[in-house]
Design a protein around this ligand. Structure first.
Ligand SMILES: Cc1ncc(COP(=O)(O)O)c(C=O)c1O
Length: 388
């Protein structure tokens, strides 16, 4: 991949935090042609590109079934419907995540049980799952499943989580909205849980030009239910309904875009790793980056670091902004701290790691088309801001 640089950044001329335009410039002719084909055949719903994309996604994730959906949130919802989540059931989920990971439970009348993440990898801490079970039990809630999140592109410790789930009779649904393309312990995302949901929101590592998502599973029955539920619960015959469902299909246009994006995704993943390594080496000793577990690769949806304890994050962000370097905070609060979630149980040990990460985390500009010179400028900017 070739990249170009533009060093004249300022508060009026900010570096793009994620540069979707640079990627589009690279594949624009292919995307134009793909969209033209959809306009010509006119099958806007479940057109041929949907089946083509699902075949390619199943190959990419090495799963039996890839089922495209209207968003990552709908992918999670469809999985929960297929897994048979019932009102009042409890599902363990990390509080240090995007709201969608937890909101899908109350949408179905079920209860999120907020759990802790690991201090180094920022993903669900499997060694504290007993504490989450205890909190549910104290609240009289029966836990039926766990939703680990592949945060910032890195899968959670799914081997240990699956082991815990098996020994407690729970299912595992991997929220891989941010982590498609990652690997861990010899498996690719999609294969690591009974069901997996991902998002193709434009800013995600593999994004479309609107909303989109997908469900992955090796289980034929769960796949059948998911496909039915995404079209109103329709059975084998049209206008015959087997279950309650919803409209959760992907548009053909988005599938056409994604087919082109998927073709360059492996190259982009390699470039993302190079950029993550460059940040890692250049920022060593200055800040604490998200740790990659042994035998893990990440799709680096975000490059997040912890600022040193006691740093005034607002001052650092303002100093970087002056130099045209945008930053973001994922996440300012655990999900459990937001008013709609206040009544749900949190694990018995409390969520101190989540609170600390929320206080210290900072996301730096990151995307596959970031050029070395601009990245060096960001690195120098962060060194200067922290040493001021
Ligand atoms: C961890 C996580 N889960 C779920 C979602 C929901 O995906 P979507 O925005 O496609 O509905 C997101 C999107 O940001 C996410 O980051």
């Amino acid at each position: 991949m070739t990249t170009t640089s533009s060093p004249h950044y300022s508060a009026e001329n900010m570096i793009p935090f994620i540069d979707l335009a640079a990627q589009q410039a690279h594949i624009r002719p292919q995307v134009d042609e793909a969209l033209q084909k959809v306009l010509n055949h006119g099958q806007y719903i479940m057109g041929p590109e949907i089946a083509a994309l699902e075949t390619k996604l199943a190959q990419f994730t090495k799963t039996r079934h890839a089922i495209s959906t209207s968003s990552g949130t709908d992918a999670l919802l469809l999985c929960l419907m297929a897994l048979g989540l019932r009102p009042g059931d409890g599902v363990i989920v990390p509080s240090f995540s995007f709201a969608a990971s937890a909101e899908v439970m109350p949408c179905l009348g079920a209860v999120p049980i907020f759990a802790e993440v690991d201090h180094e990898t920022f993903t669900l801490d499997p060694h504290k799952l007993d504490d989450a079970m205890a909190a549910a039990q104290a609240a009289g809630i029966r836990v039926v499943g766990i939703i680990p999140v592949g945060l910032f592109g890195q899968a959670a410790d799914m081997v240990t989580i699956n082991h815990f789930a098996d020994s407690h009779g729970l299912w595992v649904l991997d929220d891989a909205a941010q982590s498609i393309g990652a690997q861990r312990d010899g498996k690719v995302v999609g294969q690591m849980a009974k069901m997996t949901a991902t998002s193709f929101f434009p800013a995600k590592p593999l994004g479309c030009y609107g909303d989109g998502g997908a469900v992955f599973t090796d289980d034929d029955d769960l796949a059948d239910i998911t496909k039915s539920a995404r079209v109103h619960g329709m059975g084998k015959n049209r206008y015959q309904y087997d279950r309650i469902g919803m409209t959760a299909r992907m548009d053909t246009m988005q599938a056409a875009v994604l087919l082109e994006k998927l073709a360059i995704f492996p190259d982009e993943l390699r470039r993302r790793q190079v950029l993550a390594d460059r940040y890692h080496d250049a920022l060593a000793g200055l800040v604490t980056p998200q740790k990659l577990a042994n035998d893990a690769t990440s799709s680096w949806a975000q490059y997040c670091v912890l600022l040193p304890n006691g740093t005034d994050r607002n001052t650092i962000q303002a100093a970087l902004k002056q130099k045209g370097i945008p930053t973001a905070i994922y996440y300012t609060q655990g999900i459990h701290q937001h008013p709609p979630y206040a009544a749900y149980p949190i694990e018995t040990g409390g969520l101190e790691v989540t609170a600390e990460l929320c206080d210290r985390i900072l996301a730096l500009p990151f995307h596959a088309w970031l050029d070395d010179a601009t990245q060096d400028y960001i690195i120098t900017g962060l060194h200067t801001a922290l040493n001021a």
